[in-house]
Design a protein around this ligand. Structure first.
Ligand code: NAD
Length: 310
């Protein structure tokens, strides 16, 4: 295509935007996602639409995208895109596979270590002249603990590499991998059936896409199967962990901690279920976002979009 119209409706590294702009006509407006009518009008003129995870590429928006041939996704989860409808309309969807894996993996390992050690919530007490040394002296080292990874794709495997470097034992489950898949021998990760993994792990981390088979995967029953004192990390998607059951398990002391980066509704409305919940780290869907990953994701999408327009 000679000069295509590219509409970018969420934030992207500006040097990657300039790379696209050198060859094509680009509208870069990171606020556009918040104005549904203007987004539909601009997307209707676009040959390429570039989104993050806020833009819902389905329904009325997709119907308006009469010229669109390519959707670039600045990230990896594709649950905000109606893939079947895109395919039916001949729209190619390009994700930034692997480009934010390290950022998520570092978040998982950092939160696992903080939660196992349990010693980092003492700032207010120490500054106020208290000295809660005895209460905070029984944290766990990560080395020797078992990390269970559910979903052993790009992020799961990167997390395993970091955890093994800390001396953790790592078990992984993924329905796309047989127990004798070479990746287990190559990485030193043990294969585990889902139920065995959940009951054997000191920390469980989820790296699955949101699809029918994973919706509700971490139900009250599965949380109940976890070891007493274990920690749960969810950076995958909302709707995968039952948040009410998680809160109850933290409040009762069955779980030792949790870190949750993704929610059923985002932004998360004020939640009585989560407020005041002990040993809980909450972040606003940022585990995949870092200076470096934003750069990698943006340039990967710019390059793949340019390639698709040749
Ligand atoms: P990936 O496609 O490389 O790996 C996903 C793996 O999950 C695949 O190996 C797949 O076989 C496996 N899987 C599918 N269904 C499963 C099931 N029922 N049980 C167990 N495993 C199952 O994807 P990735 O790059 O590792 O990303 C994983 C997910 O993480 C994305 O789909 C996205 O939702 C989420 N994510 C979140 C952030 C964030 O900022 N919070 C950033 C990046 C990705």
């Amino acid at each position: 295509m000679t000069r295509a119209r590219i509409v970018i409706c969420e934030f992207m590294d500006e040097r990657a935007v300039a790379q696209l702009g050198a060859a094509h006509d680009v509208l870069y407006d990171p606020q556009l996602v918040g104005d549904a009518a203007r987004l539909r009008a601009e997307a209707g003129q676009a040959d390429v639409l570039i989104v993050r995870n806020l833009t819902q590429v389905r329904g009325e928006l997709l119907a308006a995208m009469a010229r669109c041939k390519v959707v670039g996704r600045l990230g990896v989860g594709l649950d905000n895109i109606d893939l079947a409808a895109c395919e039916a309309r001949g729209i190619k969807v390009i994700p930034a596979s692997g480009a934010n894996a390290l950022s998520v993996a570092e978040y998982v390992v950092a939160s696992t270590m903080m939660l196992l050690r349990g010693a980092f919530a003492s700032t207010e007490a120490v500054a106020a002249g208290q000295w809660p040394r005895a209460a905070l002296s029984n944290g766990r080292e990560a080395a020797g603990q078992t990390l269970g990874i559910i979903g052993f794709g790009s992020i799961g495997q990167t997390t395993a590499r970091l955890a093994l470097g800390l001396g953790m034992r790592v078990i992984a489950y993924d329905p796309a991998l047989m127990p004798d898949a070479p990746v287990f021998a190559q990485t030193g990760v043990q294969y585990g059936h889902l139920d065995d993994l959940i009951s054997a792990s000191d920390a469980v981390t989820l790296h699955v896409p949101l699809v029918d088979a994973t919706r509700g995967l971490f139900s009250a029953a599965r949380i109940g199967q976890m070891k007493k004192g274990a920690v749960l990390i969810n950076t995958s998607r909302g709707h995968i962990v039952d948040i009410s059951a998680l809160s109850a398990a933290l409040r009762s002391g069955h779980l030792g901690g949790a870190a949750i980066d993704v929610f059923d509704a985002e932004p998360l409305p004020a939640s009585a279920v989560l407020q005041g919940c002990p040993n809980l780290l909450l972040t606003p869907h940022i585990s995949g976002l870092s200076m470096q990953s934003n750069e990698r994701v943006s340039f990967m999408i710019a390059e793949r979009v340019l390639e698709s327009l040749k």
